[in-house]
Ligand binder design. Structure first.
Ligand code: ASP
Ligand code: MG
Length: 411
């Protein structure tokens, strides 16, 4: 069997759904099709949650109706009957007695539930052998709202049992990014988590391969929205892919590689606009190290510098304390630099940062800079580095022989 994952851009409208059908039809193997929410639906649903939480119920409802209307329009364009072919949720699944993050998961998960029903019913109407799966009932997670951890043991056995059923249709369509708890609550796995779902399902079902269909030709050496001369990397190793995604390459979610590497399942990244193209292949026997310079931007960074209050040597006495606080407050560290008495960490500027800063301030003198980006250049040379630095305010730079990492002020 194979796993195909279609992201939001590939199903952003009716035309996108038709294209998914075209790609799926070309495959003759058994197929698990993992789909994200359509276009920017997840962002729109996040706004609904924000509006509700700040008491703007009317605006929230307007936004919600807009989202539903958009999906209804797509259904109609595809010849599907809203409310008959596809279940429509009239009311917003919001409960003011629950915390923000729990409500977030109940509401934001609607994006994938809608998109997958549309895709599944459309494929069915095209004459394909299809079944729709509801991940909140199958992919078991804990209660860490917005960043739920998957219970592999339970999920694997439930999903395998469903897959191994004798009369199962050849194609299963299901949601990326969402799961559910033992007590029937929906959860989400973290933004852009659909790739991760695809990899996990590939692992459970011992897939022949996992393919992520994207709006780019494959894995490129730079973001085509930033650099004009980009080059496709046709083959790479798991470890290089991990490094690229950890450095901030938007192409695959950082958690995607491990479930695949564990079972040596190759990952393909291919353009949904040109399904016959070969794209990129990531595998154990991939070619590496990558022999062209690769530029990766990680945006929205915060550089935190800590100095021990009593001039203790930070490194020796405080390192474990610092990382304990960082870990407990769910900060994502992208770079670490230390001197005798200070330690600096670059982190994603997430909603967890303010509390983490408070906790760090109890033990250290803390200063920070925001509005930063981290530029990682792999396969750098002195000339490339000079060019990258030109005209930019560099807050910190870390270089090894082949890799340069620059913390840059956002212009
Ligand atoms: N729809 C979710 C998001 O936009 C998950 C995904 O696309 O991977 O974050
Ligand atoms: Mg997405």
């Amino acid at each position: 069997m194979r796993v195909y994952k279609f992201g939001g851009a590939s199903v952003k409208d009716a035309e996108g759904v038709r294209n998914v059908a075209k790609i799926v039809r070309m495959e003759t193997d058994e197929l698990m099709v993992v789909v994200s929410a359509m276009g920017k639906t997840t962002n729109a649903l996040e706004r609904v949650v924000e509006l509700l939480a700040s008491g703007k119920e009317e605006q929230a409802l307007t936004q919600w109706v807009e989202i539903i209307d958009f999906h209804v329009a797509v259904m109609k364009e595809l010849g599907l009957q809203p409310g008959v072919d596809i279940r429509l949720q009239g009311e917003i699944p919001y409960d003011p007695s629950l915390c923000y993050d729990e409500n977030y998961d109940q509401i934001v998960s609607m994006g994938e539930l809608l998109s997958t029903q549309i895709v599944a019913v459309y494929l069915l109407k095209q004459g394909m052998s299809v079944e729709w799966w509801n991940m909140p009932k199958l992919l078991r997670t804990d209660h860490t709202w917005r960043e739920a951890k998957i219970d592999d043991e339970t999920s694997r056995s439930v999903i395998r049992a469903g897959w191994d059923r004798p009369a199962r249709p050849r194609i299963v369509v299901t949601q990326g990014f969402i799961g559910g708890t033992e007590d029937g609550k929906r959860t989400t796995l973290g933004r852009e988590g659909s790739d991760y779902t695809a990899a996990v399902l590939g692992n459970y079902l011992d897939a022949e391969s996992v393919t992520i269909w994207k709006d780019v030709p494959g894995i490129l050496n730079a973001d085509p929205r930033i650099e004009s001369n980009t080059v496709l990397i046709p083959s790479l190793r798991y470890r290089d892919a991990v490094e690229l995604s950890y450095s901030g390459a938007q192409i695959i979610h950082p958690k995607t590689i491990r479930p695949l590497e564990n079972k040596r399942i190759p990952l393909y990244v291919k353009p949904f606009g040109d399904p016959a193209a070969s794209g990129s292949r990531i595998a154990e026997d991939g070619i590496g190290p990558i022999d062209i310079p690769v530029y990766i931007w990680r945006k929205n960074q915060l550089l935190i510098t800590m100095r021990a209050k009593d001039f203790a040597f930070v490194l020796e006495e405080s390192l474990s304390e610092i990382f304990d606080i960082i870990h407990r407050h769910r900060l994502k560290v992208s770079l670490i630099q230390s001197s005798a008495v200070t330690i600096s960490v670059c982190v994603d500027n997430t909603r967890f940062v303010p509390e983490a800063l408070e906790a760090l301030k109890e033990h250290f003198d803390v200063s920070y800079n925001d509005h930063l980006s981290l530029l990682t250049i792999r396969g750098t040379t002195p000339e490339i580095l000079e060019r990258a630095k030109a005209g930019r305010t560099i807050m910190l730079s870390q270089t090894t022989r082949r890799t340069a990492r620059l913390v840059v002020k956002e212009s």
